[in-house]
Write a protein that binds this ligand. Structure first.
Ligand SMILES: Cc1ncc(COP(=O)(O)O)c(C=O)c1O
Length: 366
């Protein structure tokens, strides 16, 4: 054993990071589990994406296309965007981290809303910046509160729209009001990881705002509706300046060839995405009243998950619910780290998984 004391000192802020703990995916004993803790796709990826991934098997000795040209072209064609203003990354996580490091550092502040996605605070600390959380109203990002927390030190504002774990979103008009209230030297990052699930007419994923402003970025992922979480693939759309910065700070081959191939095939199979959206919508509509009927408060969600609120204290609280579901092999997400100790988050899973969830929760609440 090496007993020498280390003289290595990480940059200020790094040791204040609590490493990200994802949703549980296994149980001791190795029994089959129903994984509802990570907002993964219930349907899985398009079979065409799986075939494209497998076809890469005989060329693993080749470097990928570092510019992700074909995938950017396909994303541009699908969404009506200029492919030159798209950058791909190893999951949208990488994009969020790179944006933070590029635009914020020691002495700067990174702003997000209180129940916003955890990675924003972690990315801020990793960059040496200070994370600042603006309070929400009724578990929704609050435009006024966010703007009130802007200071001369704010450099980046992260907004998950819709947000994980609350499932709530800001309308297109609210998003515009937020942007209009921001000084031009603050980068507004609109994290639209769940955009493809949203069917609300007043929702905008962010591309129009990017086109109207130099200080706006939209980030997207293949981990949710595209069902390719294992491959780690995401992208962003931004103005020329931000894209230039991202192309300087990203690794030369940051996205793997299997991810690029599967992502391209997945984009070209929009029937699969439509099916996934439709069945998600069907379950959202069905679950909300059924859960309310048995005494569980459910937040309105436009995503592939629901935030369930349990009565505090007593035998029907969120901790008891989590334990009970675990005994049934159902893994939900404890959201204590999101400052929501009375809640559990559950993803929309397969039909049989949702039937099992409903059955278990009815038994628990009885
Ligand atoms: C709001 C939000 N943004 C980004 C991500 C990260 O996704 P990716 O798998 O692309 O890194 C997640 C993952 O759960 C998320 O919920």
């Amino acid at each position: 054993m090496n007993t020498r004391t280390s003289h290595l000192t990480p940059r200020p802020g790094i040791m204040e990071i609590s490493p990200y703990v994802g949703g549980r995916s296994t149980l001791d004993g190795g029994q089959n589990v129903i994984r509802l803790a990570s907002n993964e796709s219930a349907l899985g990826p398009s079979p065409r994406a799986v075939a494209a991934y497998e076809a890469l098997g005989d060329s693993l000795h080749r470097y990928p296309d570092g510019g992700a040209g074909d995938l950017r072209d396909a994303l541009g064609a699908l969404n009506g965007l200029d492919p030159a203003r798209i950058v791909c990354g190893t999951g949208s996580d990488e994009i969020l981290q790179l944006l933070t490091k590029a635009y914020a550092g020691p002495g700067d502040e990174v702003l997000y809303s209180r129940h916003g996605f955890l990675v924003y605070a972690l990315a801020a600390r990793a960059a040496g910046a200070t994370p600042v959380a603006a309070p929400e109203t009724d578990l929704r990002a609050d435009v006024d509160s966010l703007l009130e927390h802007v200071t001369g030190k704010t450099r980046v504002l992260f907004l998950a729209n819709p947000n994980n774990p609350t499932g709530s979103y800001l309308s297109k008009a609210e998003l515009r009001r937020l942007w209009r209230g921001l000084p031009e030297n603050i980068l507004l990052v609109i994290d639209s990881a769940y955009a493809e699930y949203v069917t609300a007419a007043d929702y905008e994923a962010g591309a129009e705002l990017v086109d109207a402003a130099k200080n706006v970025v939209m980030t997207r992922t293949f981990s949710k509706i595209y069902g390719l979480a294992a491959l780690r693939l995401g992208w962003c759309y931004a103005g020329e300046e931000v894209i230039d910065v991202m192309n300087r700070v990203r690794g030369p081959f940051n996205v793997t060839a299997p991810a690029l191939a599967a992502g391209l095939a997945a984009v070209q199979d929009q029937d699969h995405i439509d099916t996934a959206r439709r069945r998600n919508d069907k379950w959202l509509k069905r679950l909300v009243p059924e859960l309310q009927n048995i005494g569980i408060a459910v937040l309105p969600s436009v995503c592939n998950f629901l935030l369930l609120r349990f009565p505090e204290g007593g035998s029907h609280d969120s901790k008891a619910a989590d334990s009970f579901l675990t005994t049934r092999g159902i893994l939900a997400r404890n959201v204590d780290t999101y400052h929501l100790p009375d809640c559990l988050r559950v993803s929309i899973g397969r039909d049989d998984e949702m039937d099992a969830l409903l059955l278990a929760l009815k038994e628990f609440m009885a």
